[in-house]
Design a binder for this molecule. Structure first.
Ligand code: GLC
Length: 471
């Protein structure tokens, strides 16, 4: 069985969100089960080809897109440690820019429809020309949503899996945008309204199997939570082929015993280094250096659905109770302003780094006491999994993957703090409960031990994907 995994982003080469982490680690975890695994992704301008040893394969081609023809060249990762192949599509006019989906100011590129139609047509070209062999094509999110339909128009017998990483992002395009797609495809697209279609729903409708990134989120989607009426109809049609598989994490990159970015290393048996990292984190972010006060960490895109409206309302109150906060992330300008003013109002108690900072992300995981992740909804979530591994106790809303991976503290049981419903009072109570338990050194250390004993490596999930592929 030869598998091709298609993703618009893949860590460590390109990353806008959790999809990149999955595309960077799941294919590697699948190689023991399959004859070959190949990831295909665009070669963005931000990718450092020299550093990663990415070289042209010599294969080239072109795609006619309406009035324009775009040429592509294939490149390949040359890494003796990698077991999965990674192929990059080079097309300077479409991918040779810094951003993945957006300009520096956060606005989406105007030609994203052309960029991702092209991406998918190149994948199709590579398969039909036999450059890469695929018995199975694993598509991810709307940037790859047309591939299952495109494949049906060919002689290939390749079967398709489509994974939803976040149902919020549909890829709505108007049929008028489709001059560059084969006619045979356009007539099969299901219009939503005003002649628009959703690339995400096309993927769901036309693939052989659909998955999402946790059983909890699969259940919510099927039940129609946060789902509009049209999408609900399409999801109901897909029930028989729909399941949820929780994401794993890259346990060598996220390893408190060997983390390349943290000054101190530690394990469940030898936890001292965690406190040293806390001190390093406090110093690094300009927070008061008393290690006794509870420290809440947060690493997130700054968007409404990650729970910021609730968090922001509680900061004054919890600073008054002695807590400290460190935030890392970028996104919504309103939330950015709110966190900036909170930092100015409480110097030494609240720190905020507006940006993308991988070393700081690791130090926050290693040095915080509590990881704050009260998302309104969360397909899977990865930071709560990194937190468990680093003994940083996650505080989460019971939704999607968060509810599947964190269990609520109950005396001698539980790995974190889980609240519901998504309301200010429920979050406030959970934070108070957390501070209460934090005061008891014994209770807190056994909670850390239970959190660190959890195993979210890819082994289990890769096996589940393999079984699905076989079926
Ligand atoms: C998206 C989801 C997140 C998930 C990730 C990887 O970013 O929002 O919950 O963990 O994809 O599947």
């Amino acid at each position: 069985m030869n598998l091709v995994f298609v993703s618009a982003e893949a860590a460590p080469f390109s990353k806008a969100g959790g999809l990149a982490d999955v595309a960077g680690s799941l294919p590697e975890a699948l190689t023991p089960y399959l004859d070959s695994v190949t990831t295909i992704t665009p070669l963005y301008g931000q990718i450092d080809t020299e550093k990663h040893n990415i070289l042209a394969t010599g294969e080239r081609g072109h795609i006619d897109m309406g009035e324009e023809t775009f040429h592509y060249a294939l490149h390949q990762l040359n890494d003796p440690d990698a077991t999965a192949h990674v192929i990059f599509i080079e097309c300077a006019p479409l991918f040779g820019r810094q951003g993945i989906y957006t300009k520096a100011n956060g606005e989406g590129f105007d030609d994203n429809n052309i960029r991702y139609f092209f991406f998918q047509l190149v994948v199709l070209d590579v398969l039909t020309r036999g450059i890469v062999k695929a018995d199975l094509l694993h598509c991810n999110d709307h940037h790859t949503g047309l591939l299952p339909l495109l494949l049906k128009d060919t002689d290939l017998s390749t079967r398709t899996v489509f994974t939803i990483h976040n149902f919020l992002y549909h890829g709505h395009f108007s049929v008028a945008d489709c001059a560059n797609l084969p006619d045979g495809i356009v007539k099969h697209l299901t219009r939503t309204q005003w002649d628009n279609f959703s690339a995400l729903l096309e993927g769901i409708d036309h693939s052989d199997v659909v998955t999402t990134v946790s059983p909890g989120y699969a259940k919510e989607l099927i039940e129609g939570i946060n789902v509009d009426a049209h999408s609900h109809t399409i999801l109901q049609r897909a029930i028989h082929k729909f399941s949820g598989i929780v994401n794993g994490i890259d346990t060598s990159y996220w390893n408190p015993e060997k983390d390349q970015y943290t000054p101190h290393h530690y394990s469940a048996e030898n936890i001292h280094g965690k406190m040293d990292n806390k001190l390093a984190l406090l110093k690094e972010t300009g927070l008061d250096a008393d290690t006794d006060a509870p420290l809440f960490g947060s690493i997130s895109r700054l968007v409404e659905n990650k729970g910021f409206p609730l968090i922001v309302d509680l900061l004054d109150e919890f600073v008054a109770l002695g807590a400290k906060f460190v935030f890392l992330g970028s996104g919504d300008p309103v939330i950015t302003d709110q966190l900036q003013s909170a930092q100015q109002k409480h110097p030494g108690r609240i720190a905020f780094d507006a940006g993308f900072n991988e070393p700081l992300a690791h130090l926050i995981e290693a040095g915080s006491d509590i990881f704050l992740m009260p998302s309104r909804f969360e397909p899977c979530g990865l930071n709560q999994l990194y937190s468990l591994r680093y003994g940083t106790i996650p505080l989460v809303n019971r939704t999607g993957g968060l509810g599947d991976t964190v269990s609520d503290y109950k005396g001698n049981d539980g790995t974190g703090f889980v609240f519901e419903p998504y309301e200010l009072d429920a979050l406030r109570n959970a934070m108070k409960r957390t501070l209460q338990v934090f005061k008891s050194e014994d209770q807190w250390s056994s909670l850390i031990q239970r959190a660190m004993a959890e195993d979210f490596s890819w082994d289990q999930s890769a096996k589940q994907y393999y079984n699905l592929y076989k079926s």
